[in-house]
Design a protein around this ligand. Structure first.
Ligand code: GDP
Ligand code: GDP
Length: 436
């Protein structure tokens, strides 16, 4: 699980400009699922070999005309709550505003690392103007210009310098599947967990969270042993009604990153909405296993909507990653809960699956010979060898004489064939074409 960095600050100080700059380098790699637009507010970055996630807490209120102080305050609070490190962005052109003071007051109370980022320091003159930000009482600051990029190297050095040390997971933790129940508020996550676990909860051990009050709890149910991730955070409800997307995404990021398989709960009475899709892509981008549970199925009039129609509608929204199990459940009547758990375990197994190289070559090379990549500008691509990489999640490499001539459509063809022949249901796959 990577360190989570939240960018906070009032509007127009340059948070999203900085966010884009931080994640730009990684964009192409992270968005391995082609044709999908990147989440504007959440991304991954890396500096000196250290990976981290970045959340732009301001992105969600972009475009709204009336931005209330209280709302910004709530976002900052949630950012502080969910992140490991906070970047507090201020604007040298404006100086310290009353709202900056408000935010600083919140940040002075916490023990997590805070980096004050003085933005829009586009020239040497403005370096002097930055002095006043010492008055925020948050110690040293870093000056940057997000538009030109100057100072961002120093900022990143400082950032990884303050990263909290996370203990290495124990062998037991590594071996137990970690499941996270995610979804928009009121989808039925807590009901599902309670129904699955029962009143006495079958808790075996509690492993205290390292950076906050979250807990991984080990369960032993129906013959399966697993950890449920961050259920404390999920049970601790967001009290706010507005900005559900922001809250559900923020609450989900940590749970998703910490899991092997995400159980995405969808409210059947509302359908698969934008927020569900955001969370789905969050999981897919993080290469997590995914299963979709359409909950509250007891409330749906079966005459108007069959499971088949409903499923087809959802699957359309998942394109191009449609190889995902969708189950119709009810946490209330406990319908198909055991099945849901069985299928979740299956996704976990699929994600760990390793295909022997000889078997993989036998199958794929024959197929590639029959359906070679289309020739481009009179050049023929030859693929002579392929294998699954020894990575924690399924990644496949194909060695070709002209890798740059292999287009995404052909990669998708390869992926589909792999999925037809081996069960990778619910598991994102990466395909790489490399020069041999
Ligand atoms: P946010 O509301 O905090 O996310 O702010 P934005 O990233 O949308 O930036 C607000 C405005 O400040 C935009 O017009 C940016 O182009 C501008 N801006 C951002 N960073 C810089 C900078 O380093 N220098 C200057 N001069 N302008 C900047
Ligand atoms: P969470 O916010 O995702 O944890 O959602 P909750 O578990 O708190 O459920 C939200 C509401 O939906 C509660 O009133 C639950 O009783 C109700 N609910 C949850 N699952 C079901 C279900 O399968 N059927 C019905 N009819 N109601 C459900």
């Amino acid at each position: 699980m990577s360190t989570i960095v939240a960018i906070v600050g009032r509007p127009n100080v340059g948070k999203s400009t900085l966010f884009n700059r931080l994640i730009k380098r990684r964009e192409a790699i992270v968005d391995s699922v082609s044709g999908v637009t990147r989440d504007r507010n959440y991304g991954k970055s890396e500096w000196n070999g250290k990976e981290f996630s970045v959340i732009d807490t301001g992105g969600y209120i972009k475009g709204s005309e009336d931005i209330f102080e209280a709302e910004i305050r709530k976002k900052v609070e949630l950012g502080i709550d969910e992140a490991d490190v906070i970047m507090f962005v201020v604007d040298v052109e404006e100086g310290i505003t009353p709202m900056d003071d408000e935010v600083a007051k919140l940040l002075r109370k916490i023990t997590k690392p805070v980096i004050v980022v003085v933005n829009k320091v586009d020239n040497a003159m403005r370096e002097k103007d930055a002095y006043e930000f010492y008055n925020l009482g948050l110690g040293n600051y870093i000056t940057i210009s997000s538009t030109s990029g100057s100072g961002t190297g120093e900022l990143l050095d400082e950032l990884i310098n303050v990263f909290p040390n996370k203990p290495e997971p124990t062998q037991e933790e590594l071996e137990l599947p970690r499941f996270a129940v995610v979804g928009r508020p009121n989808a039925g996550k807590s009901s599902f967990i309670n129904a699955l676990i029962g009143v006495d909860r079958y808790i075996v051990t509690d492993i205290a969270g390292t950076t906050r009050d979250s807990i991984d709890t080990k369960y032993d149910r129906f013959g399966f042993e697993f950890n449920l991730v961050d259920t404390a955070g999920i049970r601790r409800k967001a009290k706010v009604k507005e900005d559900l997307e922001f809250y559900s995404v923020m609450r989900s990021v940590r749970a998703i990153e910490h899991s092997d398989v995400c159980i995405l709960m969808v409210d059947a009475t509302r359908g698969f909405e934008g927020q569900d899709q955001s969370i789905f892509w969050l999981a897919a981008k993080n290469r997590k296993g995914i299963i979709i549970l359409v909950n509250k199925w007891d409330l749906v009039e079966k005459d108007t909507m069959s499971t088949r129609d409903y499923e087809a509608k959802i699957r359309k929204e998942l394109e191009p990653f449609t190889d995902v199990t969708i189950l119709f459940v009810s946490a209330l009547t406990k319908q198909r809960l055991l099945k849901a758990l069985e299928e979740t375990v299956k996704v976990y197994e699929n994600r760990k699956q390793r295909i022997p190289t000889s078997k993989f070559n036998d199958f794929m090379l024959k197929l590639i010979e029959a359906y070679p990549p289309p020739a481009l500008k009179g050049k023929y691509v030859k693929i002579k060898y392929c294998m699954q990489l020894p990575t924690p999640t399924p990644q496949f490499v194909f060695f070709a004489n002209l890798p740059q001539y292999v287009k995404d459509a052909y990669k998708r063809f390869l992926e589909n064939k792999i999925r037809e022949n081996w069960d990778f249901s619910g598991v994102p796959i990466d395909i790489y074409i490399r020069e041999k």
